[in-house]
Design a protein around this ligand. Structure first.
Ligand code: CP
Ligand code: NVA
Length: 290
């Protein structure tokens, strides 16, 4: 049975902590592993990407493997080839593959029929690879993760859900502050708030993401109105723990969900977080292909 990574819930606590430590090792020496020598990895992008593509393509290369980027307009899926048949054929040519797509059922169905590991590079519901890099960044900053408080401020979306799921496995207290209508459902014990001020009290990390995710463009105006007071700025950070760091998965919209002062300021770990995508995903690929 191939090992998949669709939501992050597949990892045990020990596996997750070992993966984060391995990622920190690989960051110190990016060519330390040739785990993918002689292996090809398929990377299907049905939505735009900067970081995920860069980090997976460079990461597979650094592990000695060959990344094959697949865009929808180049694939027969676009002309109606079934998800099942796509999974069967990919499994005959590559040793694992990832997909960035819309509905979660697409990645679930690929995983059902694939005989090689399938990993989620972002769906409407989840972004678990991002959460791995986020926890790695917290581990680098604070050491132990157990008992840390991470407050996510904004839309209760894929990024918030993955932080809740993967954070809980690591022992991080995840709080999510969102306006009515944009709240995350109760998931993985995350504490839900409406008031960001209340939610950041004692937080070691304050995290935000875009107000308008890919696929949500039709409701952009409503979202900007509803989320206007859910901006991460210096005043909000001042209400968190003294050692607080600001996180954002990017792309950022300075002046919307985060101010430029925070995005480029002293308390952010955002650009490190973007780099850590590659290291964390290399450790994930080692685990899935072990
Ligand atoms: N954070 C993230 O997944 O960025 P991209 O959309 O650029 O891949
Ligand atoms: N929530 C965002 C994350 C982008 C990396 C989206 O799904 O578009």
């Amino acid at each position: 049975m191939a090992r998949h990574f669709l939501t992050g819930a597949e990892l045990t606590r020990d596996e997750l902590l070992a993966l984060l430590d391995r990622a920190i090792e690989l960051k110190r020496d990016r060519l330390a592993s040739d785990a993918l020598a002689g292996k090809s990895i398929g990377l299907i992008f049905q939505k735009p990407s900067t970081r995920t593509r860069l980090s997976f393509e460079a990461g597979v290369f650094e592990l000695g493997g060959h990344p094959i980027i697949l865009r929808p307009d180049e694939m027969q899926m676009e002309r109606g080839e079934s998800i099942r048949d796509t999974a069967l054929v990919l499994s005959r040519h590559v040793q694992a593959f990832g997909i960035r797509t819309h509905a979660d059922v697409i990645v679930e169905e690929l995983a059902r029929y694939a005989t090689v590991p399938v990993f989620n590079m972002l769906t409407a519901g989840h972004h678990p690879c991002q959460a791995l890099a986020d926890l790695m960044t917290l581990r680098e900053t604070f050491g132990a993760l157990d008992g840390l408080v991470l407050t996510y401020v904004g839309d209760g979306n894929n990024v918030a859900r993955s932080l809740a799921i993967v954070g809980a496995i690591a022992g991080v207290e995840v709080r999510v502050a969102s306006p009515e209508g944009y709240a995350l459902e109760p998931v993985a014990g995350a504490r839900l708030f409406e008031d960001p001020v209340e939610a950041v009290d004692g937080a070691h990390a304050v995290y935000t993401d875009v107000w308008v995710s890919m696929g949500d463009e039709a409701t952009a105006d409503d979202r900007r109105r509803a989320l206007a007071s859910y901006r991460v700025d210096d005043a909000l950070l001042d209400l968190a723990a003294p050692e607080v760091v600001a996180l954002h998965d990017l792309p950022a919209h300075a002046g919307e969900e985060i101010t430029a002062e925070v995005l480029y300021g002293d308390r952010q770990r955002i650009w490190e977080q973007a780099e850590n995508r590659r290291h964390a995903q290399k450790a994930l690929l080692e685990l899935l292909l072990r």
